[in-house]
Design a protein around this ligand. Structure first.
Ligand code: SAH
Length: 594
């Protein structure tokens, strides 16, 4: 019977493997063969903490030198004879009744390959036969290893050379030092878990550790946990900050993580994050300036030239957490950069911290660039920042540069025209998260309206409920006093959104890992539950979602992965350094856009 909500996976025309990382410490690996591959299997087994046993009639002295050396040193056992069926049931660990944990046959031409593989499969002993995918119950990945970091690639039998080439390219694209950064961040994580264990468990139980689309500025519902009065909740800040560092810092930056960064993460207590407000000093030098600029939704080609020039010219850059890696990569190496320590419960303090740094820079006479994601005046606190500087007598030192906002470009990159004749004649951009975690008033249904919800995906269930049903408050069921007319009075007049209204979740728009989930309000919660989240993301609701896209019959949602929106096939070498003040830009770091 088909389920009423067929999984999008059913559309995939071939099956894929379930990739897992096996913990093999102490396991017995039986290796059949004597060729160089047998030697490399033995080495791999040893690296994974397993105990390899080589079965080959070849005398030890005639074996591949590497495996002979392992045998000589005692780390690999050698049975100099042919394989016997009983080996798989007798050479293993006593705690698993001496059944071996895996069998590797290192030559497909081994006359025993078929029968041994069949024997293993019958007894559910994992077996791998080189170059014979049909005989294997598991295959080995082409693996890149860097400290505790392992990246495995498989083409599922389409060619190991191809897999190895892809693995090499993937590895080459990673910044050096990522493995040690993983080790380091793992240590930090362990320390935080040990020290803040109780509060951490609370975060995990609430599902807030990873994948939370926390807003840049708004207090999300889950932030209610974090109050100054609540010591346990305050402790979770370190874990939250660590999660945000892992999610948002560019990999290059992560790979170069320093002792000072680690100390800052470990110090992320409420007090460490607090910055006092120095009293304004009207006599201070004000030759510096502040540029408040938007960096667009993600792809560096979506920067304006004005913002790009500001990046090259700034003395100090204070960036928001969501500013995309591709944009941060354009910053000249010598320019100091701070990334806001905004995480749920710390947004206000991180904002204060950054503004104070900006103020100090301007007073030192520096050109300070406040780099924001998208457009600075669209849910970017840009207006508040201008007011902050104006209140300190610096209004004439502030320049605001626009950026391409995600609210309009993300729908575009998902192929959704925010307006379209006869379909949508108005666009509403709103936040899904109100101040102090309170839900904002839901927009009413208008047939020809496209609504874009930012900062909404972490509370999608609540949001969809508010759009499609009356709230308990509206139904007069809150128990709160409703005024002189008495109880039970309700105003159920707000037009509700039909559950069949098309909608789309657009995540990491314009980034290489952009993802679009097309569905309807009825299924969007389930779709996000099943597909997980890939922040930052937004929700687009309205008929416009189907203006250029016809939903597939019988599918509750479809997922589209990847971004090609700027693949113009043009290979231009634009010199963007004209206009950079002499001696200010770092010429070696001026990028070309191709
Ligand atoms: N000033 C920004 C918005 C800041 S609010 C702008 O104009 O785009 C942060 C929210 O923007 C996120 O929670 C998410 O809803 C949305 N957002 C930002 N970048 C995005 C992207 N690349 N793709 C999808 N949504 C994005």
């Amino acid at each position: 019977m088909t389920s009423p909500t067929p999984s999008p996976v059913s559309a995939i025309p071939y099956t894929t493997a379930l990739l897992t990382a096996q913990h093999c410490r102490g396991h017995t690996h039986l290796i059949l063969g004597s060729n160089p591959l047998a030697a490399s299997r033995a080495t791999q087994s040893l690296a994974a903490g397993a105990k390899p046993i080589l079965i080959s009639p070849t005398p030890a002295a005639d074996l591949h030198y590497a495996v002979a050396a392992h045998i000589a040193s005692g780390v690999v056992a050698h049975h100099a004879r042919s394989f016997r069926d009983d080996d798989v049931f007798s050479l293993g660990r006593p705690e698993v009744d001496c059944v071996v944990d895996a069998v590797f046959i290192t030559s497909a031409r081994d006359p025993l390959a078929q029968t041994v593989a069949a024997l293993c499969r019958r007894h559910r002993i994992p077996v791998n036969v080189v170059d014979a995918p049909a005989l294997c119950s598991f295959s080995l990945l082409s693996v890149h290893v860097d400290g505790p970091l392992q990246i495995g690639v498989t083409t599922n039998g389409r060619g190991c050379k191809l897999a190895s080439r892809i693995r090499r390219e993937v590895a080459a694209a990673l910044p050096a030092g990522l493995g040690s950064a993983c080790a380091r961040l793992g240590d930090v994580r362990r320390r935080v878990v040990e020290e803040d264990g109780k509060a951490r468990r609370q975060v995990v139980e609430n599902g807030e550790d990873e994948g939370v689309d926390d807003s840049v500025d708004q207090t999300a519902a889950f932030n209610k946990l974090v109050t100054d009065a609540d010591a346990d909740a305050a402790k979770t800040r370190r874990m939250r900050w660590l999660a945000q560092v892992c999610e948002y810092w560019p990999l290059k930056r992560l790979a170069a993580i320093t002792n000072a960064d680690v100390a800052a993460i470990l110090k992320s207590s409420p007090d460490a994050a607090r910055v006092s407000n120095p009293s304004p000093d009207p006599t201070a030098a004000t030759t510096g300036r502040i540029i408040l600029a938007g960096s667009g939704p993600g792809h560096p080609d979506l920067l304006t030239r004005a913002t790009h020039k500001a990046i090259l010219a700034a003395d100090l850059i204070l960036a928001d957490k969501l500013v995309p890696a591709g944009v941060l990569d354009l910053i000249p190496r010598r320019t100091p950069v701070s990334i806001a320590r905004k995480f749920p419960g710390n947004a206000d303090r991180a904002q204060e911290e950054l503004l104070e740094q900006a103020l100090a820079g301007v007073r030192r006479g520096q050109t300070v660039l406040r780099l924001k994601q998208g457009d600075p005046f669209v849910y970017g606190r840009g207006g508040e920042e201008v007011a902050f500087f104006a209140a300190r007598g610096l209004a004439d030192r502030v320049t605001v540069l626009p950026g391409i906002t995600s609210s309009l470009s993300a729908p575009l990159f998902a192929g959704i025209p925010a307006t379209q004749r006869d379909v949508a004649d108005q666009v509403l951009v709103c936040t899904g998260t109100g101040k102090k975690g309170k839900a904002p008033a839901p927009p009413e249904y208008v047939t020809s309206r496209t609504v874009v919800f930012l900062m909404a995906l972490h509370r999608i269930a609540g949001l969809v409920a508010e759009l499609t049903e009356y709230t308990t408050e509206e139904r007069g069921e809150t128990g709160e006093s409703l005024g002189p007319e008495g109880e039970g009075r309700s105003t159920l007049t707000r037009p509700l959104w039909p559950p069949g209204t098309p909608c789309a979740v657009v995540e990491r728009a314009s980034c290489p890992d952009q993802r679009v989930i097309r569905t309807t309000l009825k299924f969007v919660v389930e779709a996000i539950e099943q597909e997980g989240s890939r922040p930052p993301g937004l929700l687009v609701v309205g008929k416009a979602c189907e203006a250029l896209y016809a939903p597939e019959k019988g599918r509750s949602w479809v997922v589209e992965d990847g971004f090609k929106g700027l693949d113009l096939g043009l290979d231009l070498d634009l010199n963007l350094d004209e206009g950079v003040p002499n001696g200010v830009g770092d010429r070696t770091a001026i990028p070309t856009i191709s």
